[in-house]
Design a protein around this ligand. Structure first.
Ligand SMILES: [Fe+2]
Length: 424
């Protein structure tokens, strides 16, 4: 056998990396006493609302890192942002519970100091003091992890250091381990909110619209005993009665729109379809509005303002919608106007042409599934009928299989977008 002396040529790609900023801010020692002093005064609310030399220095430091994040990690240009922060002091055994930061594009922590563990404490050997702990956002990745693979560890630990600033995407679950010291641990927790109108590609305005959903998480209800469904995915399916005439009128309208805009399917966001004044549009807008209102009344224990953004889709033969989620939205939905016959799709006769498919939002759950468990199927697909309206959480990954019929498939999609005041 020939000895292999050359390493085979290949490229390692790393799609979907999680980008984290970690650096010790130069000059932090000059401001530690002043920030600690503010913390001792129990300054409440947004610390960055203060005009104070130490606060101004910290804001500048954070702004520089945010700019670097955009410049080097995302290449996004023209983003505006606002930073909100809270001064926090943790005493012995105080910690930050597991959380993520709804509405925050980035979130972070600046450590003013880093108290060491008190000597003589008897603790488990995996116990850490004042350690930021980030949870792998690629849930399920570690289910097939192998020993020694650093890319499949479940949690990433970043111990506190004086002057250490860490910043990460707001969707990542994280917690901070207890302060195992008599010395108070002083830190500034901050959120980076993206400015209005930065999601230009999608045509939305994006000012922190999700944060308003839960300014204060309601206290967890005492769980009942026995089997319970936690984090169920709430999904609405509704059939609109007496829709035939309205559907015909809507189809005429949308086909006319396509004549004006041949790229309607891929360039659909030229206007809010629900801003139109025609009677069939008003009919559907009312039906969607009452459905959303019913959903919120049933499931959401918090009052907030919302609006609906809507657009039509015409799928010609071969058209499909690749897997996607609807960013910066709360709920999404589709109304089915015209559907060609449900002929089999591709090589998989179980998936009819034009079916919509939803991926289990609990990645990895099916890795250890057992035969016959209906709650571990990785995909849920359905082929609605004409007159069906679906409504689902916008974070639910979905795709639409190709329309293999000669006739067009016409649907009307919508997003429920949150308006409202910023939390303080
Ligand atoms: Fe979609």
């Amino acid at each position: 056998m020939d000895e292999v002396t050359e390493f085979p040529k290949f490229s390692i790609l790393s799609p979907w990396p999680t980008v984290i900023n970690r650096h010790v801010a130069s000059g932090h020692e000059n401001y530690a006493a002043e920030i600690t002093g503010l913390a001792e005064q129990a300054v409440d609310g947004d610390v960055f609302a203060l005009d104070h030399p130490a606060v101004n220095w910290l804001r500048k430091t954070i702004d520089a890192r945010i700019k670097a994040y955009f410049d080097t990690a995302t290449k996004a240009t023209g983003c505006s942002w606002r930073v909100e922060g809270r001064l926090i002091t943790r005493g012995m055994n105080e910690f930050q519970a597991m959380n993520n930061r709804p509405g925050s594009y980035l979130t972070g922590v600046f450590c003013v100091n880093a108290p060491a563990r008190k000597a003589g404490l008897k603790l488990r050997n995996d116990s850490d003091t004042n350690t930021l702990t980030l949870v792998d956002p690629r849930l399920g990745m570690n289910m097939i992890g192998i020993s020694g693979d650093p890319y499949t560890v479940q949690i990433w630990k970043i111990p506190a250091e004086p002057g250490l600033m860490t910043m990460w995407p707001g969707y990542i679950n994280h917690w901070m381990t207890p302060n195992q010291s008599d010395e108070p641990f002083v830190l500034v927790r901050f959120d980076v909110l993206i400015g209005e109108g930065d999601d230009k590609e999608e045509g939305h305005t994006t000012w922190n619209r999700l944060a308003v959903l839960a300014p204060d998480a309601p206290a967890a209800k005492k769980p009942d005993e026995g089997l319970q469904k936690i984090w169920p995915t709430l999904f609405v399916k509704r059939h609109l009665d007496d829709c035939e005439d309205w559907n015909s009128q809507l189809a005429v309208l949308i086909n006319d729109m396509e004549k004006q805009n041949p790229d309607l399917t891929t360039n659909s966001w030229l206007e809010n379809f629900f801003d139109r004044q025609e009677a069939p549009v008003a009919w559907l807008r009312d039906r969607v509005t009452e459905t959303v209102a019913g959903y919120l009344e049933e499931f959401v224990d918090f009052d907030f303002q919302w609006r609906i953004e809507c657009w039509p889709n015409i799928n010609h033969t071969g058209d499909y919608h690749a897997p996607h989620m609807h960013g910066w939205c709360y709920l999404s939905g589709t109304y089915y106007l015209e559907l060609p016959p449900a002929d089999p799709g591709g090589d998989d006769a179980d998936v009819p042409s034009g079916a919509i498919n939803f991926a289990d939002p609990r990645p990895g759950i099916n890795i250890v599934s057992v035969d016959g468990d209906p709650y571990s199927k990785p995909q849920f697909f359905m082929r609605p009928e004409v007159g069906t309206m679906l409504l689902w959480p916008s974070s639910l990954m979905h795709n639409v299989y190709p329309n293999l019929a000669k006739e067009n498939r016409i649907t009307i999609s919508f997003n429920v977008v949150v308006n409202g005041p910023l939390p303080c």
